[in-house]
Design a protein around this ligand. Structure first.
Ligand code: SF4
Ligand code: SF4
Length: 445
């Protein structure tokens, strides 16, 4: 991997139109839909049945298998259906449907967990249902558990929020800085990690100032202003730009003595440990050229995206709706698909801003490679993918370090020929994954 001094270098328009929008509770949706695969690990397993009454914060699905996470009711009401739904990304998943009774009654049995040591802390994080809220959705307990097996020197709290438009982490740092502070103190107390760094892009100077003030008496916490360049918040980029360390493809951050956790996740785990409230809602930015008044909302998990779009005035019928940011988000085909734990933004664009340019021939300008933060030989990947022989193709892709691709989309963004460079890389990664799995299977026989 060839690193530059600062390995994120792409200046994209920030469009942080909602930076000053204090999140307000969205009006009550009639129904919430809770998919069992809201975390990046195994699907959760329902523990309620159709007809059951549930309260806000009540466990409705337990974690199942490795790197799973429990799911809790985000409204009070009645379970009406447990059936597959189509998600915004196109996948299907089993989901619990809850008809909202409009009372938002909290689980009467809800109480803050007892946390006096590392075991109890990790158990509480596990029970909180908190996952990576910046988009990765990896269960936070599974990440923090690495402290049992590795010498962790630094926890890097990711407040970069480098994707255009999105301001949900920014508002969490501004409006619930109390929870961010509590979360940091809980990690310090129970994980005994000597250093905590909160990294924030310098287009959020108010958040940098606020947290600097709040931690001014604690030398073990550093507020680290980052240059505002994309993809500063990608974990490999953040790791390098803050610590100078380089993580190899397939290597765990923990092996380098570092854990990276999203700032909103830190706040949410504190909310559970302090108040017993598991992850049932999150801040979602609603913006885009089709939205008259972009805003931030506090949204019960499972709320239909169409409900959120009704909350903001639209200028016209959107030509495209994205879940997530314009660099890494997915276009939504079904507007009734639900907000899930990792949904940080819904962006609706006018027809004129939704046209995808037709790709033309590569002009070999090299811009994709110049802007790749991990210095991949993108042209080489293209040549490797053209190889007919699968063994040769796999060997070439491996040699080129394809695994290092962080899927940031900088290559596609800068391509003057509008070539789907990222998509080709994803195809190559999928081929290599399947090829390696098949070889492993063959080796077992
Ligand atoms: S998506 Fe493109 S620019 Fe980003 S790391 Fe992969 S090859 Fe490089
Ligand atoms: S940026 Fe686009 S046109 Fe230029 S070399 Fe890369 S793929 Fe070809």
């Amino acid at each position: 991997m060839i690193f530059k001094k600062n390995i994120s270098s792409l200046h994209v328009p920030h469009n942080k139109n909602t930076a000053d929008s204090v999140p307000v509770f969205v009006s009550a949706p009639k129904e919430v839909v809770l998919p069992m695969n809201m975390q990046s690990g195994h699907d959760a397993e329902p523990v309620v049945a159709v007809g059951d009454h549930v309260y806000v914060g009540q466990l409705v699905a337990r974690e199942e298998g490795r790197a799973s996470s429990p799911i809790h009711a985000s409204v009070s009401g009645t379970v009406t259906k447990i059936a597959p739904v189509k998600l915004a990304g196109g996948k299907e998943a089993l989901a619990i449907h809850i008809e909202n009774d409009g009372k938002m009654e909290k689980d009467p049995e809800m109480k803050a967990p007892t946390v006096t040591n590392l075991d109890e802390f990790l158990d509480a994080v596990r029970a909180s249902g908190v996952v990576g809220l910046g988009g990765a959705a990896f269960p936070v307990w599974a990440k923090l558990e690495a402290v049992r097996r590795n010498e962790i020197e630094t926890i890097l709290v990711n407040g970069a929020e480098c994707e255009p438009y999105i301001t949900s982490d920014h508002r969490m740092m501004m409006d619930r800085s109390d929870l961010v502070v509590k979360g940091v103190k809980l990690m310090q107390e129970h994980m005994k990690v000597p250093k905590i760094v909160i990294a924030i892009e310098n287009n959020k100077q108010d958040a940098i100032d606020k947290l600097t003030e709040l931690f001014k008496d604690d030398p073990s916490v550093e507020i680290y202003p980052l240059e505002t360049v994309y993809p500063q918040g990608a974990k490999q980029v953040l790791l390098y730009n803050v610590t100078g360390k380089v993580v190899k493809g397939g290597q765990r951050m923990a092996a380098l003595g570092v854990l990276i956790i999203n700032v909103s996740s830190v706040a949410k785990l504190a909310d559970y440990i302090e108040n017993g409230m598991p992850l049932v809602d999150r801040i979602v930015t609603v913006d885009g050229s089709a939205v008259k008044e972009p805003r931030n909302f506090i949204v019960p998990i499972g709320t239909p995206i169409s409900h959120l779009l009704k909350e903001v005035e639209l200028k016209s019928e959107p030509g495209k709706v994205l879940i997530g940011g314009p660099m890494l988000g997915h276009a939504i085909t079904d507007l009734d698909s639900p907000v899930i734990k990792a949904t940080n933004a819904i962006l609706a664009f006018e027809e004129k801003d939704s046209v995808t340019a037709e790709p033309t021939a590569c002009i070999r300008c090299g811009r994709c490679m110049d802007n790749c933060p991990v210095g991949l030989n993108i042209a080489g990947i293209g040549r490797a993918m053209a190889k007919k022989d699968e063994d040769e193709r796999a060997e070439a892709l491996t040699k080129l370090g394809l695994k290092q691709c962080i899927e940031c989309a900088c290559c596609s963004y800068v391509c003057p020929a509008h070539r789907p460079v990222l998509e080709r890389n994803l195809e190559a990664k999928s081929f290599l994954r399947k090829y390696n799995a098949a070889k492993k299977e063959e080796g077992r026989k």
